[in-house]
Write a protein that binds this ligand. Structure first.
Ligand SMILES: [Ca+2]
Ligand SMILES: [Ca+2]
Length: 112
């Protein structure tokens, strides 16, 4: 894609906050997906590591041991027990939506 090939250009410094967030998401996904097996998908083990290292606050609120299985089952569209970026993205979007609600709630409380 034309737009994506520009991510690594010298224009990087001029990327907006949102563009940088998108790039971080992609970078983090590939850092963990690259570790073993299929280099472009996250295995359960790789996803576990990603969540533990990159989403520790999320993990804190998800104490149940079967959470990881549930997450994979929910996200794995083609049932190969691996998550490609397209399957992984909804996790981040979903978390962002949940966080936004929390953020809005805190904001609402702060006003009073
Ligand atoms: Ca992998
Ligand atoms: Ca899959």
């Amino acid at each position: 894609m034309e737009t994506c090939s520009q991510l690594k250009s010298p224009l990087v410094a001029a990327m907006t906050e949102l563009e940088k967030s998108m790039e971080s998401m992609i970078t983090v996904f590939h850092r963990y997906a690259n570790e073993g097996g299929n280099k472009s998908t996250l295995s359960k083990k790789e996803l576990k590591k990603l969540i533990e290292n990159e989403l520790p606050n999320f993990l804190k609120s998800q104490k149940s041991p079967d959470t990881l299985d549930r997450i994979i089952k929910d996200l794995d569209q083609n049932k190969d027990d691996e998550l490609d970026f397209e399957e992984f993205a909804p996790l981040i979007i979903g978390l962002s939506v949940a966080c936004e609600k929390h953020y809005a709630l805190l904001h609402e409380k702060a006003k009073k």
